[in-house]
Design a protein around this ligand. Structure first.
Ligand code: SAH
Ligand code: DHB
Ligand code: MG
Length: 232
């Protein structure tokens, strides 16, 4: 079990973070049956349990509302749990495009969107994100207000480059899983995911078009974090 040896020591465990998340969910996050069903159906279909936590989903939802977003891009759909959270926050006329490599994940997600009553406003594109992204640019639609990057971590540098091409000043880019139990400060790491995240941070450091922060989080999903980038 992963335990943090920090001031306070005893009790600062993954179990406690999950228990606190459960308490916060009960107090702050309305139980939407379609969101719960999306998680249940994803588990039944054998999808890995790596969707954002309810608290993180609500945070994404609040960002969508704060931005009054009508154009959202998600890279990495899984069963569509995060997608439904964001769809629930879209301004009238708003739409989400979500990119997923695994046809089975996309199929589960589509069923979940139907149940949640959001299939009309979500466009699931199956294939490698790196192949779908150039097509989005060719479509020459309006820039995305928000991009949520949550697919394979090794490709985060490429997804960041594409996010810059597909957004405009005022847009926000959020990247999930940028802390990974703190492994991102391991200079020796040969894990392609960690190398991808470290390269992404170097690119952000050298990129004058974005203003960035990253927040370390604990909770239901252990110790990880979000990067938050404002374009312009
Ligand atoms: N955003 C989801 C979780 C996504 S998990 C949620 O919070 O509910 C990551 C997803 O990215 C998985 O479904 C995986 O199949 C997908 N993925 C992995 N590599 C990919 C790629 N190269 N292109 C598109 N999707 C990819
Ligand atoms: C894991 C968690 C994620 O949020 C994700 O997008 C991919 C993998 C994980 O815990 O392995
Ligand atoms: Mg994630």
């Amino acid at each position: 079990m992963f335990t943090v040896q920090a001031a306070g020591g005893a009790g600062m465990s993954r179990e406690q973070w999950a228990a606190v998340d459960a308490y916060l969910v009960e107090k702050l996050v309305a139980h939407d049956p379609a969101l719960l069903a999306a998680l249940e159906e994803s588990a039944l279909a054998g999808l890995p349990p790596i969707a954002v936590s309810p608290m993180q989903g609500k945070l994404l939802h609040l960002y969508v509302r704060l931005l009054r977003a009508t154009r959202v891009l998600e890279i990495g759909t899984l069963g569509g749990y995060s997608t439904i959270w964001m769809a629930r926050g879209l301004a009238p006329g708003g739409r989400i495009i979500t990119l997923e490599y695994e046809p089975t994940h996309a199929e589960v997600a589509r069923r979940n969107f139907q149940r949640a009553g959001v299939s009309d406003i979500i466009d699931v594109r199956v294939g490698r994100a790196i192949d779908s992204l150039p097509k989005l640019q060719q479509e020459a639609d309006d820039p995305f207000d928000l991009v949520f990057v949550d697919a394979d971590k090794a490709s985060i540098p490429e997804y960041f480059e594409w996010s810059l091409k597909l957004t405009a000043p005022g847009s926000v880019i959020i990247v999930d899983n940028v802390i990974r139990d703190g492994a991102i400060i391991d200079l020796e790491s040969t894990d392609p995911n960690i190398i991808g995240i470290r390269r992404f941070n170097e690119m952000v450091a050298a990129e004058s078009r974005v203003s960035a922060t990253a927040i370390q989080t604990v909770g239901l999903k252990g110790y990880d974090g979000f990067a938050f980038l404002l374009v312009g």
